[in-house]
Design a protein around this ligand. Structure first.
Ligand SMILES: C[S@@+](CC[C@H](N)C(=O)[O-])C[C@H]1O[C@@H](n2cnc3c(N)ncnc32)[C@H](O)[C@@H]1O
Length: 421
């Protein structure tokens, strides 16, 4: 997490004797000049009624496109009422305690945004005026360090940087905010068809950064994406899991943590800690009130042919507090066998060659993976993520039709699944 926002250095307040001096000064000897006729004071700008963050507001949980329904599933399981899937996320209504809970407990969300409200603006001057009307002082502390990110879609305002600057100016004018591109706290402005929507990114660093995994391999899967893949594969707490290409151990650690009832956000900080009204004690209670289930059976397995990856997986499991539940082995996929536990889920994020010349040698690897799973993993279900249907066919496994499509870094991945083999 980036360093916390610092308050703006305050001017020393006037001492009491200074004030006495002002109020008890002798009457001026010269006649006071006649007061000029005053212009009528400008009317206080009307506060937009949509900008009231006190009670209930829209909360947006973001995920990779294609994983929305799995995220809605998780929101429902976590007690959020009526989640609605939208492209790249899901929305619920709630208050600040729900925002804290979502950040702390959701495994599948990449970030949690709190919607401040929307207004129309067809040009920058209008945006500037309306951004100044937002009651920033009710939402953020004086002098907070903050940054603004803007995006424009099909709108007359098309210059993202200029749009962001208008909100930055409002923040500086209204609460003396310090605009810092490194600030943990981010205000997001989205302009879509001339409607400006302002949100607070309440997470800060993306939620896949759980604050635990330090050792990562070459192409690690994001924790939140891995968690939703497990959910889509019907993974349930306590079920055995094997990842034969585990890299830094993402799937294995997620399964072990889910089964141990650990909160994904237990070891990190969040941007909402710098929003007005944050109650550190109430949040600490939420952190501590995690349902600590019984310690599950140690049925979480990973292997990889790369010894460095196994070292990373072990170190990560240790930091996560699940080392006693996980077993990592250095082995090529051709040498693995099913562990001696009731069959569960094999989940794989294999290498897939995206550059010319990388794909052809992979057919043999995928063929071997398929053969090993068919011959040695009877009764286990398989879930595999890959953008290449040709490589998947080379596995000769009875995959179910219509793999789930997940967009990841501009690549369309398919999540291919089998019933128990
Ligand atoms: C895309 S990475 C997996 C990343 C992993 N999901 C994570 O989150 O860190 C693919 C992994 O497959 C491993 N691998 C490639 N060929 C292998 C083989 N023949 N046997 C076992 N592992 C292999 C690589 O060492 C690499 O760690």
């Amino acid at each position: 997490m980036a360093r916390p926002p610092r308050g703006r250095p305050r001017r020393p307040s006037k001492r009491r004797d200074d004030l006495t001096e002002i109020f008890e000064a002798p009457a001026p000897t010269r006649p006071t000049p006649k007061a000029k006729p005053q212009k009528p004071a400008p009317k206080a700008p009307a506060v937009d009624p949509v900008f009231t963050l006190s009670d209930r507001f829209e909360i947006l949980a973001i995920c990779a496109p294609g994983q929305e329904s799995a995220l809605c599933d998780e929101l429902t399981q976590q007690g959020f009422a009526n989640p609605t899937a939208i492209a790249g996320g899901a929305t619920v209504m709630g208050g600040w305690a729900d925002v804290w809970r979502a950040n702390l407990n959701l495994r599948g969300a990449a970030r949690i945004l709190a919607r401040l409200g929307s207004f129309p603006a067809a040009h920058l001057a209008q945006l500037d005026k309306r951004a100044h009307r937002v009651p920033w002082a009710d939402i953020l502390p004086q002098g907070v360090q903050v940054r603004v990110e803007a995006s424009c879609h099909k709108s007359k305002i098309y210059h993202q940087k200029a749009a962001a600057q208008r909100v930055e100016t409002a923040l500086k004018d209204c609460i003396g905010a310090q605009i810092d591109p490194e600030a943990a706290l981010c205000i997001k402005l989205r302009i879509d068809q001339d409607i400006c929507t302002l949100s607070i990114d309440t997470s800060g660093e993306a939620l896949h950064k759980r604050g635990i995994k330090q050792a990562v391999g070459k192409a690690p899967m994001r924790e939140n994406m891995a968690a939703l893949i497990l959910r889509s594969c019907g993974y349930t707490a306590g079920e055995a899991l094997y990842d034969p290409m585990c890299g830094s151990g993402t799937f294995v650690l997620e399964a072990a943590e889910i089964s141990a009832g650990l909160q994904p956000g237990r070891a990190r900080r969040f941007a909402f800690e710098w929003v007005r009204g944050f109650d550190a004690n109430a949040f600490a209670a939420l952190r501590a009130s995690a349902p600590a289930g019984d310690r599950p059976a140690p049925v979480f397995f990973g292997s990889d042919r790369d010894g460095g990856a196994i070292k990373s997986s072990n170190a990560n499991a240790d930091r996560a507090g699940v080392a006693d539940l996980c077993q990592f082995t250095c082995a090529s996929v051709s040498d693995i066998a099913a562990p001696d536990v009731p069959p569960g889920l094999v989940v794989i994020n294999p290498p897939y060659g995206m550059r010319i010349g990388e794909r052809r040698p992979l057919f043999a690897l995928y063929g071997t993976m398929g053969r090993v799973l068919r011959e040695r993993f009877r009764g286990w279900r398989v879930g595999i993520v890959c953008p290449d249907a040709g490589l998947i066919r080379a596995m000769e496994l009875p995959f179910l039709p219509q793999p789930q499509q997940i967009m990841h870094g501009g690549i369309r991945l398919g999540l291919y699944q089998t019933k128990p083999l």
